[in-house]
Design a protein around this ligand. Structure first.
Ligand code: NAD
Length: 282
């Protein structure tokens, strides 16, 4: 990959959660190439190890670890091993997250009498499904930060990057838990930036627009791969008229991690969205 910016992370320990996934895996590749020692954490250990292996085979430093961002003990165990392998954490990317069908309504609008047999309405959403999605995105950002930011208190130039979403600005239809959770992630980014300001840890976020990946596939494509009507709406509401490519997040990531370029920036969430957030639809 040709890195769009020259950010030197040589010697820095980078921890990325959800790194077995599409975006996290791309972040890992880029940050290893920038010189970082990259710890790829994922609930899916096999996916994290596979992504790490690909990076190592290209001559960069990376290792996969099993970790559940919702379990303190699991994070602590991964942390112990990372300290032995790479030393104290300098950079944490909170990438694990996503939506789930259990927290998704089948209809955009509740119109009495229009619900078809078997469809899930707002009234059918189960607390457990809503809690699962809310926790994965919000608690799954908070717990890894509690774990890995401890290392940063002893170091200089440390950074935390949270991954928010377009849902944080204006909720998308059907996915109330994911929308609320990402709004919480953006809010928490600001809160943490203030909280850690005297500890000289910068905390920023990236709000990706629409990138076709595993976690949103069911909403964007039918089983046979044809685009859903929702995909048409998304593209119509994205002035640049296309989905983003995951590589297009890397420039913003490298900028936010570059202490010379963005050393006075903390508490911002940058949309990388082809103009989606700026467009009123008219
Ligand atoms: P993805 O599904 O490809 O990757 C998510 C990864 O998180 C998976 O590998 C999964 O195994 C892992 N994960 C799930 N639960 C976990 C847990 N409890 N502990 C540890 N790991 C866990 O999704 P992605 O599109 O690469 O999304 C990455 C981040 O970007 C997410 O926070 C997502 O909400 C956000 N995001 C994605 C888009 C998009 O268009 N793809 C847009 C906005 C925001």
């Amino acid at each position: 990959m040709k890195l769009p910016l020259n950010t030197d992370l040589t010697g820095k320990t980078v921890v990325i959660t959800g790194a077995g996934g599409v975006l996290g895996g791309m972040f890992a590749k880029a940050l290893a190439q920038a010189g970082g020692k990259v710890a790829l954490l994922d609930l899916n250990q096999e996916a994290a190890e596979k992504a790490a292996k690909e990076i190592s085979e290209e001559g960069y430093i990376a290792k996969g670890y099993a970790a559940n961002v919702l379990q303190k003990e699991s994070l602590a165990a991964a942390h112990e091993q990372i300290k032995k392998d790479f030393g104290l954490c300098d950079i944490l990317i909170n990438g694990a997250g996503g939506n789930n069908p259990k927290a998704t309504t089948d209809q955009e609008y509740y119109v009495p009498g229009e619900l078809k047999e078997g469809e899930k309405s707002f009234f059918d959403l189960e607390q457990s499904g809503v809690e699962f999605v809310f926790n994965l995105n919000f608690i799954g950002t908070l717990l890894p930060t509690q774990e890995f930011a401890q290392d940063m208190l002893e170091k200089e130039g440390c950074n935390i990057i949270n991954i928010s979403s377009m849902n944080a600005y204006t909720p998308l239809t059907k996915i109330p838990a994911y929308s609320g959770a990402k709004a919480a992630v953006s809010n928490f980014t600001e809160w943490l930036a203030v909280h850690f300001s005297k500890s000289r840890i910068r905390v920023n976020g990236i709000a990706p627009g629409f990138f076709a990946t595993k976690q949103n596939r069911e909403l964007l494509f039918e089983k046979d791969g044809t685009p859903t009507p929702r995909t048409g709406k998304i593209l119509a509401a994205t002035p640049l008229g296309r989905f983003g490519e995951s590589e297009e997040l890397i420039g913003t990531l490298l900028f936010l991690l570059n202490n010379e370029a963005s050393g006075f920036i903390t508490g911002v969430v940058i949309p990388v969205d082809g103009g989606f957030q700026a467009y009123s639809g008219v």
